[in-house]
Ligand binder design. Structure first.
Ligand SMILES: [Fe+2]
Length: 454
């Protein structure tokens, strides 16, 4: 059954199923000579017509790599060949259900696949495709061939968030995994070379969906938003993740070196993504894209789009101050990762109407200056829809705006995509280069720039 009216299967949300390679892409403008590496992006791309009602989070992961070397660009895209997808390819049809209708005709115990569709990172000389309900998949960085699941030499035996943080000082990877049964959350720390060093259960009290977390120089912060697993809802035809605002949002702050977790209370909200967090004396400052509710029915993202907010947590008094930092809806927040966990001045977001009947997505990208409260906008005109703006650092430079913003845009009129390269220090100027693809890249989730030495 193909749902022709499902908003996540039409327009530029529809899958692009062809795997291919393109060299010497058409470039308008000039690619900067110090930009050499690959922009990897990943998103859901169902290989077969879905079994039952499709949710955007269900589709099989497809990786798109735009590789830049000596001012020239090439492109390659491949499916992540997960075990679940391999089973389905053998059967010639979808065997697994998804978030709305977990079910399976396959042999394994799971009612859905590890779709490997959410984020893709370079870590410990590996390229990893991430999915929060399962293990990472390792890919060959040039061919994009799937090597298999990566489990830290057998030490990780639970799921791993798609939003781990790399400490810019030590190169350590900090992450968590969550599940609907105790321990609901487990915190993990791995070395820069891929050894799992620490795993610690976190008692959140509620089985919630937790997509992202915050790491500062000294603390790890978990937001327990009231998006609660109610597995029993499935038998009533309701989403298994229920919105229960009566619980409020609880914020757990833990010292990175160990010790008790301290809990703070805030109004009920849902947060998919955090921009960053840092310490200011005895306060923890956290910037996030905050919604007042969430709708997991799969139709859209709910009536309340995410808006940038700042949480200031006073560790002495226990007060949590909440401040709206922009009036526009904005998501997919990114910083220069050299400032991860440290005081940042700038944040980059995709902004504008978030979702309209599968046709549109974001309208522009914005750069917020938290010091002056000013902002800059990048727009490419009507019919051009951006995705997450990714920061690529300039080699050998350490300033917060020493880098380029790389964004994949969808050109509705041509039904193709392009990648823009902008100077992060001059955000509202026209892009320095526009790299044109011969086909579209479906609106996906996340990506990262990996310098050519991976
Ligand atoms: Fe995400």
């Amino acid at each position: 059954m193909y749902e022709h009216n499902n908003p996540f299967l039409i327009g530029n949300f529809a899958p692009w199923r062809e795997e291919g390679d393109e060299t010497d892409l058409l470039v308008e403008g000039e690619i900067p000579p110090d930009l050499n590496g690959s922009l990897y992006r990943i998103g859901p791309n169902p290989y077969f017509p879905p079994r039952g009602r499709y949710h955007w989070f269900d589709g099989d992961g497809m990786v798109h790599a735009i590789t830049i070397r000596e001012r020239r660009a090439s492109y390659r895209n491949r499916y992540v060949k997960t075990e679940g997808l391999a089973e389905e390819m053998k059967a010639g049809k979808a065997l697994y259900g998804g978030l709305i209708n977990p079910s399976s005709e396959a042999k394994g115990p799971m009612p859905f696949k590890n779709a490997a569709n959410t984020n893709i990172i370079g870590y410990a000389n590996r390229l990893l495709a991430l999915y929060e309900a399962g293990l990472p998949h390792e890919l060959q960085p040039v061919t994009l061939e799937t090597i298999g699941t990566f489990n830290f030499c057998g030490r990780l035996n639970g799921p791993m968030t798609a939003h781990p943080k790399i400490d810019p000082g030590t190169g350590e990877l900090l992450f968590f995994g969550y599940q609907p049964f105790p321990p609901f959350v487990t915190y993990h720390r791995a070395s820069a070379v891929g050894e799992l060093i620490e795993s610690r259960p976190i008692d959140t009290g509620l089985p919630v969906m937790m997509h992202d977390f915050v790491v500062t120089r000294d603390h790890v912060v978990f937001f327990v938003c009231p998006s609660v697993f109610r597995i029993e809802n499935l038998s009533k035809g309701l989403p298994m993740i229920a919105w229960e605002p009566q619980h409020g949002t609880r914020i757990g702050v833990m010292k990175r070196g160990g010790g008790e977790i301290c809990w703070f209370d805030s109004e009920a909200c849902f947060i998919f993504h955090f921009l960053n967090g840092y310490e200011d004396g005895n306060r923890v400052i956290i910037d996030a894209c905050r919604s007042t509710s969430i709708d997991m029915s799969g139709n859209n993202f709910g009536p309340n789009p995410p808006v940038p907010h700042r949480f200031t947590i006073d560790l002495s008094s226990g007060d949590v101050n909440l401040e709206q930092t922009d009036e526009r809806s904005a998501e997919f927040p990114r910083i220069n990762e050299r400032f991860a966990g440290l005081r940042h001045r700038y944040g980059y977001f995709a902004s504008g109407p978030v979702f309209q009947n599968g046709k549109n997505f974001f309208r522009n990208t914005i750069k917020l200056d938290y010091q002056t409260a000013r902002s800059e906008v990048q727009e490419l005109g009507a019919g051009m829809f951006p995705t997450e703006p990714v920061f690529a650092q300039r080699p050998g430079r350490s300033g917060e705006t020493d880098g380029y913003i790389l964004t994949v845009w969808y050109d509705e009129a041509k039904n193709t995509s392009e990648v823009t390269i902008q100077d992060a220090a001059n955000f509202s100027a026209m892009p320095q280069a526009r790299v044109k693809l011969s086909h579209r890249i479906p609106f996906g989730f996340h990506g990262n720039w990996v310098q050519e030495n991976l």
